[in-house]
Ligand binder design. Structure first.
Ligand code: ADP
Ligand code: MG
Length: 711
């Protein structure tokens, strides 16, 4: 049991009472809105936006920035010229849940005045005036509309998160704003004494033969209002970047939170979290619990374990409800976390770091923080991008504990020692410093920004990382020897996928197996298709056998998708769509397939099929010619190939890294001589996942620029 050492421990069981039943939901929402800290400064904020083209707003999480500011701006006429208000979020869950909330606050159906758009899902219409979206999506929009002409205001929310997309977006928006104000003064294409970045947009407009873009040269744009919102107190970095832009602070409301640490290090963090949850449930006063976990798998296993332990408790102690929230959770389930707990029940919210600042869930009084987060990391020497579990920064730990003090005094249980906290870094390294840049470099190039190294980033990425990504884009044929975007690169940039997957689709259209590759790519783009709970490992392995292909994981994924699709289509012939979906979920459960991930893959598949059709690629099938498909995998994924070593480990051909095949792979035991793979995971070893058996000679034949006959 983690023993908690109290810091200034003080017990306070006060809890906000829900309003009486006679208050309608509409009135209640109105009341909640009025009580938000931001409501007190509505007029002042609107004035500041009016007087400043770029404004930085810093405010504590939960003060009402994300949900209220767009509504204020709409109300005060910022859409009058026909423009719309766009709000970017680093995470899609935030974009969805906030848009739903705001639509409800406005008393209108989602997708009309208020909507959201994320990759693979667009819930907006011609009427939409307040549009929530992911930062990555706005970047894609810029490819089609370099002036982002439909927006009168763009709010970059959660800027402190410093995701790679936010960082690139900030640079881009700076250009767009400059270019739009120049267009008003009628100087587009005449002033070339600009920085590299100011140029890029103008040059792109010069170079394009596209009718829409040509019209940009004569069109005058309304100025773009830019608002950067952040939860961190340090506005200086944003203000400096935007030439001394004004920063305003919105005072939050924060009750004291007692912090508890463990006396000794915890070895099993899931177990420690469970014990703490039950300790709170059985010993503490009312209030909901928020637990920070690292991802879907961990959340699902903690949820299962909570229910198991609950069954062992007496009936009267079982009033504990669990609510997961993570990005691939279907959106109707995501909204459930906001529902108040029924009388006498306690809610436990199992969340990824999405609940750190992006979404504020009312009613939380207890936070359980194991101090870990799943983060992207990049090893520029090895050219390897991977998701690993790392410790949080001090800033993250503070944000997490702050979640307990929104509605009253709270408690935060950090599942580590106080001395450990002292050793944490102050803040998290921006993502641009720790991830593979190929996608961003490709997008910037597609936006006409060729000199990526000199792009006006808020913080420059490492030169080696940029050079490496240029090199891999060159090897993929996306950029030419003189570093210009090739035709293939232009096609790749149009697809909403990782460049390697986009390339795979283009290659597959030439091989005549695009139908199969579309499925592989969709399945590879989602987290964990297979569902293998610890206590049912044997059963789940047996279930996998019926899909397993001796040729590798790609063909196995293809088999799963096809089997699921066949099952679904058969059901649809005799049942309603809804019933067929329900049966499919049951089928997934029986086969130890994660139905959420499968659903997500099916959605991605249908969107990407539309994309490739629009691009004019031929969707043909190779039928049962799996050899052809594997040759196509080799031709697509040659950057990640590995050869077996005498000791059974594998050596990655390009980096020399020694890896093992992950135990979840169908090739774990077979250990073929040569493989391609898609993913590298680091735990105690370096493992590769999504592996297929290939022939080294294919690499020589299909990627001759990299591979030669071995001695
Ligand atoms: P900020 O952006 O400043 O962190 P938000 O605008 O996200 O604040 O949240 C303001 C308030 O709205 C919070 O108290 C939060 O609990 C509430 N809220 C946000 N989304 C929902 C929702 N879907 N259901 C109920 N309350 C919500
Ligand atoms: Mg917010």
């Amino acid at each position: 049991m983690p023993s908690m050492a109290a810091n200034n421990f003080s017990r306070n069981t006060h809890q906000n009472q829900t309003k009486g039943d006679f208050v309608s939901r509409k009135q209640k929402i109105e009341q909640q809105r009025k009580n938000l800290p931001i409501a007190a400064v509505e007029r002042r904020l609107v004035e500041e936006v009016r007087n400043n083209d770029t404004l930085i707003i810093v405010g504590e999480t939960g003060s009402g920035k994300t949900t209220q500011l767009p509504q204020y701006l709409f109300k005060w006429g910022f859409c009058r010229d026909g423009g719309i208000i766009g709000i970017t979020q680093p995470r899609r869950v935030a974009a969805i849940t906030v848009a739903k909330r705001v639509a409800e606050e406005c008393g209108i159906p989602l997708g009309q005045k208020v909507g959201y758009a994320i990759r693979f899902e667009d819930v907006t219409s011609g009427q939409t005036k307040i549009k929530y979206m992911t930062d990555g999506l706005l970047l894609r929009e810029a490819l089609l509309d370099p002036y982002l002409s439909k927006y009168s205001v763009i709010i970059v929310d959660e800027a402190h998160e410093r995701t790679i997309h936010t960082d690139v977006l900030l640079g881009l928006l700076k250009n767009v704003q400059k270019a739009r104000s120049k267009s008003i003064n009628g100087v587009v294409n005449t002033d070339h004494n600009n920085s590299n970045n100011g140029h890029a947009l103008e040059e792109r407009i010069d170079n394009q033969n596209d009718g829409i873009l040509k019209s940009c040269q004569v069109k005058k744009y309304n100025p773009l209002k830019l608002i950067i919102m952040s939860a961190s107190l340090d506005a200086r970095v944003f203000s400096e970047y935007f030439g001394g832009a004004k920063a305003v602070h919105v005072q939050g409301r924060q009750f004291p939170v007692d912090i508890f640490y463990t006396h000794k290090p915890e070895t099993d963090c899931i177990d420690a979290a469970l014990i703490t949850i039950f300790q709170i449930h059985l010993e503490e006063g009312p209030g909901d619990v928020l637990v920070f976990l690292t991802g879907q798998e961990e959340i699902e296993s903690v949820e299962r374990l909570i229910h198991e332990r609950l069954r062992q408790l007496p009936e009267c102690s079982r009033k504990l409800l669990t609510f997961p929230i993570f990005s691939s959770l279907p959106s109707e389930k995501q909204m459930r976390v906001f529902m108040p707990s029924p009388a006498g029940h306690r809610k436990v919210i199992l969340a990824t770091n999405i609940a750190e600042t992006s979404v504020t869930i009312p009613g939380i009084r207890y936070v359980v923080d194991p101090g870990l987060v799943k983060a992207r990391t990049y090893d520029p020497k090895m050219g390897v991008d991977s998701l690993i579990i790392v410790t949080t920064s001090k800033a993250q730990a503070l944000q997490r504990s702050g979640r307990a003090g929104r509605d009253g005094p709270g408690k935060c249980y950090r599942l580590y020692q106080e001395s450990f906290f002292e050793k944490l870094t102050d803040s998290t390294l921006p993502e641009i410093k720790r991830c593979d840049l190929s996608n961003v470099v490709l997008q910037l190039k597609a936006l006409g920004i060729d000199d990526v190294i000199n792009f006006d980033f808020i913080e420059k990425p490492d030169r080696t990382a940029v050079v490496n990504s240029l090199w891999s884009l060159y090897l993929l044929g996306a950029v030419t020897e003189d570093n210009k975007l090739s035709d293939v690169g232009r096609q790749m940039a149009r697809l909403p996928l990782d460049p390697v997957y986009s390339k795979a689709l283009i290659v597959a259209s030439q091989f005549g197996c695009l139908k199969e590759m579309l499925i592989c790519v969709a399945m590879l783009s989602v987290e964990s298709i297979f569902y293998a709970p610890r206590e049912k490992l044997e059963e789940s392995r047996n279930a996998l056998k019926s899909f397993a292909s001796p040729e590798g994981d790609h063909l196995t994924l293809l088999n799963v998708y096809r089997a699921a699709d066949e099952f679904f289509q058969k059901n649809k012939m005799v049942h309603s769509e809804e019933k067929a979906e329900k049966n499919l979920r049951k089928w997934c459960k029986d086969n130890y397939i994660n139905s959420r991930s499968l659903k997500h893959a099916r959605d991605i598949h249908s969107q990407v099929v539309r994309n490739v059709e629009q691009m004019g690629l031929r969707v043909t099938s190779c039928e049962d010619d799996t050899l052809l498909l594997r040759r196509c995998l080799a031709a697509s994924f040659f950057l990640k190939a590995a050869m077996k070593q005498p000791d059974g480990a594998y050596r990655v051909t390009l980096s020399g890294l020694i890896v093992q095949i992950h135990p979840s792979s169908v090739l774990f035991r077979a250990k073929p001589e040569c493989i391609v793979f898609n993913e590298l995971v680091h735990t105690n070893h370096s493992y590769v996942r999504n592996v297929s058996r290939i022939d080294y000679l294919w690499l020589i034949e299909l990627a001759p620029h990299l591979y030669a006959v071995q001695d």
